[in-house]
Design a protein around this ligand. Structure first.
Ligand code: UDX
Length: 451
């Protein structure tokens, strides 16, 4: 099989490299000359565990090549994937499809053989119909079929998600599309990965429905966490207690500072927009978006409370550990850390931050924050330390050293990495998410014991 992947960003590059690893002949295409040059030199445009090795190995084996020329890259391809960005359009939250449509037009103008054109980018319902219309309008004489094949890749675990998927969703309207896609995914088919064949519009909606549901699950447990703090309950046990019910399942029930990233915030907004366009309100998703937005800001207030309240916080110093929206990525898009640091600097707090991979991307997003290259440097002279992202590097911190370096032994753990009892024994004022059993304590009242 020959596969062309148009767009060598996160999704395109991971998918292209994995297809090559299955034994297909893959060309990754991108307009960005410097990105292609760097890929030729083995330099990855993103941080993703295992990707450099996977790309390198398949380039060496001659199965994976890169080009800036779409016309060259799609020549002879059985399947042409569109994996370009669909960012939120400024103002209305609608997915910006201009890149997808521009690529569809270029494919139509350069198609040199019969091929299946596959949208891998996350696109609203009906986009496949429009891509089909654009291809028809290009006047191509070749037979083509437009298929939807959404990605379900988690950053940091993308290669594993691609190779061992819970399911593959293929939305096709004809046999040509279905047959080629079956061949493309044959290695996984043999692996017994479930493949769902459905209609194109249904497939497009499945992607949004999946992400909106996961965002709902997270938001639900986050609200339960708030309630736990009020009623004196433990949200981690609530998660376990409900997650053991097979109908609910244990995953995506970790309470935290709110979801971020390149998908959930953008896709929930795009789903709302589709619902509005079709006059079919999705009120649950509306609430999820609102609750998550206000939660990120509320996390900033939680840190201020640990400093003794907004008034007392002015002029104090906070060490932020972790900036990316989750560990094992350098992605800062919609990271809760942005809202937390904003709330702190707005209140006149000085913030020093450390993140293992995200600091380059974080700098322009939080210009008032001082970035340092070691967690303990951030902690020096701090009145409070807050863990915003659960990187492994923060799971076994040296608390004796922290006590020596920090001005006050205060830890605000927004990812529930540590246990309140142990932290208290170490002499810390410790506050986390959704632990009300022992009371969160109130720094404004000078309460350091009941935490
Ligand atoms: C997500 C989807 O999981 C993936 O299938 C999709 O196609 C792309 O979007 P990703 O954005 O990489 O992947 O990250 P994910 O692991 O899903 O986490 C998203 C956000 O939710 C993060 O900010 C994470 O910290 C948060 N989260 C996740 C929680 O707060 N609690 C959880 O239990 C799980």
């Amino acid at each position: 099989m020959k596969i062309a992947m148009v767009g060598s960003g996160y999704v395109g590059l991971v998918s292209g490299a994995c297809f090559a690893d299955f034994g297909h002949d893959v060309v990754c295409i991108d307009k960005d000359q410097s990105k292609i040059d760097r890929l030729h030199d083995g330099i990855m445009p993103i941080y993703e565990p295992g990707l450099a090795e996977l790309v390198g190995g398949n380039v060496k084996a001659g199965r994976l090549t890169f080009t800036t020329s779409l016309a060259e890259g799609i020549k002879g391809a059985d399947a042409i994937f569109i994996a370009v960005g669909t960012p939120s359009r400024r103002g209305d939250g609608h997915a910006d499809l201009s890149f997808v449509y521009a690529v569809a037009k270029e494919i139509g103008e350069n198609l040199a053989n019969d091929a299946v054109v596959v949208t891998k980018s996350t696109v609203p319902v009906g986009t496949g119909d429009e891509v089909e219309r654009i291809l028809k309008d290009s006047g191509t004489s070749h037979t083509f079929s437009v298929v939807s094949n959404p990605e379900f890749l988690r950053e940091g675990a993308a290669i594993d998600d691609f190779k061992r998927p819970d399911r593959i969703v293929i939305g096709a309207e004809d046999d040509f599309g279905r047959e080629i896609m079956r061949e493309v995914y044959r290695p996984l088919y043999l692996n017994e990965s479930p493949i769902l064949f459905t209609g194109r519009r249904t497939s497009e909606l499945i992607k949004y429905a999946a992400n909106a549901f996961l965002a709902t699950k997270i938001t639900f447990i986050n609200e339960m966490a708030d309630l736990c703090e009020k009623v004196g309950a433990n949200v981690q046990d609530v998660s376990r207690g409900i997650g053991m019910d097979n109908r609910i399942g244990p995953k995506f029930l970790n309470a935290g500072p709110g979801y971020g990233g390149s998908c959930f915030p953008k896709d929930t907004l795009a789903l709302l927009k589709t619902a509005e366009d079709y006059d079919s309100p999705t009120r649950i998703v509306e609430a999820v978006v609102q609750v998550n937005e206000s939660r990120k800001r509320a996390m900033g207030r939680k840190v201020l409370d640990a400093l003794g309240g907004a008034d007392a916080a002015r002029g104090k110093k906070v060490a932020m550990l972790g900036l990316t929206f989750k560990p094992n990525t350098d992605d800062m898009r919609d990271s809760p850390a942005i809202a937390v640091s904003q709330a702190l600097t707005d209140a006149g707090v000085e913030v020093a931050a450390y993140d293992p991979e995200g600091m380059e991307q974080a700098k322009p997003l939080m210009p008032e924050v001082t970035m340092v290259d070691d967690p303990y440097k951030a902690i020096e002279g701090a009145d409070a330390v807050t863990i915003v992202t659960e990187w492994d590097a923060f799971r076994a911190l040296d608390f004796d050293r922290i006590k020596d370096l920090a001005k006050e032994p205060v830890l605000v753990d927004l990812r529930n990495i540590y246990r309140a009892k142990e932290m208290r024994e170490k002499g810390f004022y410790y506050t986390s998410i959704g632990h009300g059993e022992t009371g969160q304590g109130d720094r404004r009242k000078g309460d350091r014991r009941r935490n």
